[in-house]
Design a protein. Structure first.
Length: 608
């Protein structure tokens, strides 16, 4: 979840490090620091809080001269947020500096060993162990020391390392945490994610597990854990630097909501050929698709909610049994992966640690894995048997909007493909589905342009303490995501329930003035949902309803109604989520919350 940058070259390192860290703020952090070699010693500045504190302390890097350095934004895992626990960390002689993203699982054992050798620790972090372990093994050869440390450490790590004795070299190391490197004009740069380097290069190398990079101002060498040289190919990044900037919007989240129509179209357009669905990257023949007996969708957070929608769509349309698992629980329930099971792993970043672990578990058990990811070249994209990119473009805000919407589209496409091949829909039905799919971008734009109505309503509820979201069937899936959007950016307690479960305990929480958001887009369930709405209103709840155009009966049951355009019943979540995203956003803005960087959260959760 941390952000890492590093630079070696002909320019001053500190301003580049600070600029790179600013492009990684979306990952979530509670402190930041940089270390720069000035020609004689490694100087370090660290500070708890936002990056601007570090920028002020260093006068935007001017007080830390030098052309070799590393930087870090920390999200606390071991030890509280503090100046001492912030990265970088040094060895006792202050001749080696390291920044780290990930978790060293056996750090206590290593710390005990090093303490017995006379090493003293000043922080509570697992990362300080790395600095002292490098010192312990260092004999003048950085590469040898690094490989020895890699053999001793267990867990996940992406490292940036500098050695005082090698003032023209920057080292990068990776195991299970994302890391990229690239060449710039007169130097080399490392980072946790693409936005940090786009200003300097578009050609990057995605570092694989247990690979090491040694960089100088004019060269870059790659090694495996046995110190053997390896060859790598660069990946060219197509999207614009501007895509990672706000572009005049108040927040990245609002900008990304408004990018949804284009992102949705970018995801489905290349896969619609005439009146057919063509997903070349699926890598499955028609016979293999017909042989699928069960699908298991594995994901975390919003991607999990997309998977819940996917279950309803795939089962309802293609008639294939679907299980949806939280990735953090998947391995520990000893899942049954029979022959004919297809595992779909969904992740925006492609680096989500629990999802990546589930992918590896699935492949180890012989299952075929399809990754649905947004980030090209990410770990899940590389390790899955096949990958389906969502083409949402860079998503900077911690709370996902457009990436989630594109995940829904990818699942719709899969459902249509499987339904057609397995003979569950006719050619005529497929054509109608495709026409409905093509209308979604314009319908989303229409809903976004009616934001004032949602904003006005949200202003009434900025002081809410509890909000409940209810729905049935596929509407329950969208209620889960609507609730998450509200709680993660506004800090209001919010829960989603299958509406039929209200009477089994939850209705006791409804009192005068409680806001209940009811989603009802499935016509066959209107009457049951209206009954649930009446149940909560009679107990004092104020009800916001999100429903289809033409559902006039709801006006007598709900207090406030938002209508979505007509579409196929399987696609309604792509429209119903828009007013829920806007509602969460405007509540958070009204409460003065840090919308793009909510407290305690991070964009790419790269630790379990």
């Amino acid at each position: 979840m941390c952000g890492i940058v590093g630079y070696v070259g002909e320019k001053q390192a500190a301003p580049i490090l600070l600029d790179g860290l600013s492009k990684l703020e979306y990952r979530g952090y509670d402190s930041a620091g940089i270390a720069v070699f000035d020609g004689e010693k490694i100087n370090m500045t660290k500070a708890k809080g936002r990056l601007k504190v570090l920028e002020e302390l260093t006068h935007n890097g001017a007080t830390m001269p030098g052309a070799l350095g590393i930087g870090h934004t920390r999200w606390a895992t071991h030890g509280e947020p503090s100046d001492v626990n912030a990265h970088p960390h040094l060895n006792r002689a202050e001749t080696i500096a390291v920044v780290h993203n990930g978790i060293i699982e056996n750090y206590l054992k290593l710390k005990k060993k090093l303490t017995g050798k006379g090493y003293e620790f000043i922080s509570d972090t697992d990362t300080e162990v790395i600095a002292h372990l490098l010192d312990y093994y260092y004999d003048g050869n950085p590469l040898r020391a690094i490989t020895k440390v890699m053999h001793r450490m267990e867990g996940s790590y992406a490292l940036g390392i500098i050695f005082r004795d090698h003032p023209d070299e920057l080292y990068a190391v990776r195991k299970d945490s994302p890391l990229i490197v690239g060449s710039t004009d007169g130097g080399c740069i490392i980072a946790s994610d693409v936005p940090a380097v786009l200003k300097y290069t578009r050609d990057v190398y995605f570092i694989e597990n247990e690979e090491i990079v040694r960089m100088k101002s004019d060269s870059m060498e790659f090694f495996n854990v046995d110190e053997e040289p390896i060859e790598k190919e660069a990946t060219h990044i197509e999207w614009d630097v501007d895509a990672a900037e706000k572009g005049g919007y108040e927040h990245f989240m609002l900008k990304e909501m408004y990018e949804q129509p284009k992102a949705i179209e970018d995801t489905f357009s290349p896969r619609i050929k005439g009146n057919d669905i063509v997903i070349e990257e699926l890598g499955m023949s028609d016979e293999e698709i017909r042989a699928v007996r069960k699908i298991m969708i594995v994901a975390c957070g919003s991607a999990y909610h997309a998977g819940v929608t996917g279950k309803y769509v795939l089962e309802g349309m293609a008639r294939i049994p679907v299980e949806v698992d939280l990735a953090s629980e998947f391995r520990y329930r000893d899942p049954i992966l029979d022959e004919g099971t297809l595992v779909i792993v969904i992740s925006q970043s492609g680096e989500t640690a629990d999802s990546l672990a589930a992918l590896r578990e699935s492949r180890a058990r012989g299952a075929k894995v399809l990754g649905i990811v947004n980030v090209v070249g990410s770990s899940i994209a590389r390790e899955a048997d096949n990958v389906m990119y969502t083409w949402a473009g860079p998503e900077i805000a911690v709370a996902t909007t457009k990436a989630y919407s594109c995940q829904l589209i990818a699942l719709y496409l899969l459902a249509l493909k499987f339904s057609k091949i397995r003979g569950k829909i006719t050619e005529t039905e497929l054509e109608r589905y495709i026409e409905d799919l093509k209308r979604i971008p314009d319908q989303v734009e229409l809903l976004l342009n009616n934001k004032n109505k949602i904003q006005k309503f949200a202003n009434r509820y900025v002081a809410a303490k509890d909000v409940f979201f209810i729905g049935r069937g596929i509407d329950y899936a969208i209620s889960l995501e609507g609730s998450l959007k509200l709680k993660e950016i506004s800090y209001i307690h919010s829960e989603a329930y299958a509406a039929g479960e209200l009477k089994h305990g939850t209705i006791s929480l409804i009192e005068e003035g409680t806001l209940v958001t009811a989603v009802l887009t499935q016509e066959e369930l209107y009457k049951k949902m209206i009954s649930n709405i009446v149940e909560v209103r009679t107990r004092g709840a104020f009800v916001l309803a999100v429903t289809n155009e033409g559902n006039d009966e709801i006006n007598r049951a709900a207090d406030y109604v938002v209508y979505i355009p007509e579409t196929n019943r399987f696609f309604t979540n792509s429209l119903a989520i828009i007013p829920l995203q806007l509602f969460g956003y405007y509540i958070a803005v009204g409460r003065g919350c840090d919308v793009d960087k909510p407290r305690n959260l991070a964009k790419s959760v790269t630790v379990e």
